[in-house]
Design a protein around this ligand. Structure first.
Ligand SMILES: *Cc1c(COP(=O)(O)O)cnc(C)c1O
Length: 418
């Protein structure tokens, strides 16, 4: 049985963590978009609220999560990793075993089903950088018989040729964007342009807990299935340790796997919530995507419709980011994370490329699991966590995806010339 989404909407929960009427999480979030997009966002807000209460929608979504996505994903006791550190018991939430190999499908499926069922929309546009979100969207569009257009920068298309082929196999129309830097941000601009022009029959399917309201809260709610399952599995002594974790760790790109994991634990005061950003080549190098950790470059700003921490230069131009993992390589971070950090409910750290590669190899050797490079940031940061926990603590790690997609990158790093 898939855990129902309605369960998280107890009154307390809702009041504390639902953004205000302007879509603000405290000083963060909101909807900084051109006037023409406001009606589309308001419509989305309405159907999101409807869907959350609609038992028919919930049943259909839960049934697809179970029979198509493969949920609930397992909770794995990482015995050898635990032994390796000689410290706390470590558990892994296995989003790598979800269909298409990562958590992104939870969001893609939920949004597509919502707009098809409630609004009767049959066309979806999306942007993709590394191609992972594009593949998830193309997958659910094939499943639900929806037209799918994915915008992708020329540079990214060349770098991610196998994902372009995957999307086309799945029936998506992948459109090359050759303006600007020919990468993710230009693809976002094109996807939004398409959406504005075709709003009556088209949904813009955003891939992380980012963008204008209601996307951050909608994506969080759809991804919270991760944390709801993990919380129940941890408490169930036949599956997990029979207790809540003391610490929860997740990597933070836009922030969707992390917020989906954190959210169901937010009301458990004894559970520490730790997010790990991409430290790239180190904060000093300025080649990273650690929006919270860099006091010089990480400042409040607006990017893609939402107010949050944004990496920028002295003139407020969006900084070029770097991470060995494409999924963490983004200049801003979801607004709810910024609020959780202000309220000291969650803490944020960073893991460098080098530490992530070490985490990648460690998980392969110790557990027989090849993680996504994004997820390897959560694993690669565990050695730093060890000095900060006691050996009878229990640690839960969000393993957001699998590493098949990253083999070329890792091969070039670990065995140059091989
Ligand atoms: C895209 C991706 C991420 C980063 O996105 P979030 O929204 O921060 O979760 C992390 N892990 C994997 C495997 C991804 O594909």
């Amino acid at each position: 049985m898939v855990d129902s989404m309605q369960a998280i909407f107890s009154a307390d929960d809702y009041g504390v963590h639902y953004p205000d009427s302007r879509g603000k999480f405290g000083p963060y979030g909101g909807k900084y978009v051109p006037e023409t997009l406001i009606p589309a966002l308001e419509e989305l807000e309405e159907i999101h609220a409807t869907a959350m209460q609609d038992a028919g929608f919930q049943d259909e979504l839960n049934s697809l999560l179970e029979t198509y996505v493969g949920r609930p994903t397992p909770l794995t006791h990482a015995r050898r990793l635990t032994e390796h550190f000689g410290g706390p018991e470590i558990y892994l939430k296995r989003e790598d075993l979800a269909h298409t190999g990562a958590h992104k499908i939870n969001n893609a499926l939920g949004q597509a089903l919502m707009v098809k069922r409630i609004l009767g929309k049959n066309r979806v546009v999306a942007e993709t950088g590394a191609g992972q979100h594009g593949v998830a969207v193309a997958t659910v569009c094939a499943l639900l018989d929806m037209e799918c257009v994915v915008y992708m920068g020329s540079v990214d298309m060349a770098r991610q040729a196998p994902n372009v082929f995957r999307m086309r196999l799945l029936g998506a129309d992948v459109r090359e964007v050759s303006s600007g830097s020919q990468t993710l941000k230009d693809a976002i601009n094109e996807a939004i342009r398409d959406w504005v022009t075709n709003v009556p029959d088209t949904h813009y399917l955003l891939g992380s807990a980012l963008g204008p309201h209601p996307f951050p809260v909608m994506v969080r709610n759809l991804q919270s299935v991760i944390g709801r399952e993990a919380r129940r599995q941890m408490l169930d002594p036949s599956v997990g340790p029979g207790q809540l974790p003391d610490v929860v760790v997740a990597c933070v790109g836009g922030g969707s796997n992390a917020i989906g994991m954190f959210y169901p634990f937010v009301m458990d005061p004894g559970v520490r919530l730790l997010g790990v950003e991409a430290g790239g080549r180190g904060i000093e190098s300025q080649k990273h995507a650690a929006r919270f950790a860099d006091p010089k470059m990480g400042r409040l700003g607006v990017l893609h419709g939402t107010r949050s921490y944004v990496l920028q230069d002295e003139d407020g131009q969006i900084a070029l980011t770097h991470s060995i993992s494409a999924g963490l390589d983004y200049a801003s971070v979801g607004p709810e994370h910024a609020l959780l950090r202000d309220r000291e409910r969650a803490e944020y750290f960073y893991c460098t490329d080098e530490q992530a590669l070490a985490g990648f190899e460690l998980l392969c050797r110790q557990e027989g699991i090849i993680p996504a490079l994004e997820s390897a940031h959560a694993v690669g940061w565990l050695p730093e966590l060890m000095s900060d926990v006691s050996s009878d603590d229990v640690v839960l790690v969000s393993l957001s995806g699998r590493g098949d997609k990253d083999l070329d990158t890792v091969m070039a790093e670990l065995a140059p010339g091989a």
